[in-house]
Write a protein that binds this ligand. Structure first.
Ligand code: FES
Length: 276
């Protein structure tokens, strides 16, 4: 056990009197976040295999490049094809990903997770931090205060996720449902749960209110606040589930577009990938 200094704390990076496996959480976070980011930037740089039949990967919601039509047969993108004049290196996934990326980067839960896992500031509760002149979220990190504004934009994106998922119900003039439509709807629900559990959202709908039962509006706000509180208490779980599920959706649609996995659906009973 490390020697205790003034106030019962010990000095030095990683120094602690804790006897539990405190490092497992930050190490797991570091490994998964790193793997996720590597996969996202790889998938974004591909610019193909992100669409199969009526399905579009949530990394690429709303529009897609025309040169991939022969590969992916995209039909569901909200804005249609990627304009021909658009530079190939500027992947739609990078543009679309920037907004939720800023939202997650400034999220209160994620700040705790990556400050610990990537920067050791500190690595854990009652564990010695990296020795730098840390001044909290001032200076450059004051940009984290923009979180509430990224929230507004993230909320605007939610209907687009449902819209893209529901597009999957229509294919070649028929109405049906496939496994990926269900996956995309689950993705939209998980992202809704994560977004509406945001601390800034909870403050927005329930803050600055002295009476929860004085009129219909305040009662409605109370109801919304209670629901958001339920989500907020599980914000970490929603954050992880939505992060991993969106990558899982992209991987499945990618494999589907490549013909590696089948799609169970109600149009042809088993799969339509062989019909192209
Ligand atoms: Fe996590 Fe706002 S605090 S999304």
């Amino acid at each position: 056990m490390a020697n205790a200094g003034v106030g019962g704390h010990v000095e030095g990076l990683g120094a602690t009197q804790r006897t539990d496996n405190w490092w497992v959480g930050p190490a797991f976070t570091f490994a998964v976040f790193t793997a996720w980011l590597v996969y996202f930037f790889w998938a974004a740089a591909q610019g193909r295999y992100f669409s199969a039949g009526p399905y579009v990967s949530p990394f690429y919601i709303t529009f897609e490049p025309a040169e991939n039509a022969a590969v992916a047969q995209p039909t569901a993108a909200l804005w249609g094809y990627w304009p021909a004049a658009w530079p190939n290196w500027l992947s739609p996934a990078l543009i679309i990903g920037a907004l939720p990326g800023m939202f997650r980067l400034s999220c209160y839960y994620y700040r705790k997770a990556y400050y610990r896992a990537f920067f050791g500031m500190p690595p854990g509760c009652a564990v010695g931090p990296v020795q730098v002149d840390y001044r909290g979220e001032t200076g450059l990190l004051i940009v984290q205060n923009l979180h509430r504004y990224t929230l507004y934009l993230a909320i605007l994106m939610l209907p687009l996720l449902y819209l893209d998922a529901l597009h999957g119900l229509f294919w070649q003039g028929q109405v049906g449902i496939g496994l990926v439509t269900v996956m995309l709807l689950v993705n939209a629900v998980l992202l809704t749960g994560y977004t509406l559990g945001c601390h800034a959202w909870r403050h927005l709908i329930g803050g600055k209110l002295n009476c929860f039962s004085c009129d219909g509006v305040s009662e409605a706000r109370h109801g919304a606040w209670r629901f958001t509180t339920f989500l907020n208490q599980r914000h970490q779980q929603w954050a992880w589930a939505s992060l991993l599920w969106i990558a899982f959706c992209d991987i499945y649609i990618r494999l589907l577009a490549m013909g590696v996995v089948p799609d169970v659906n109600t149009w042809h009973g088993v799969t339509w990938m062989g019909d192209f």
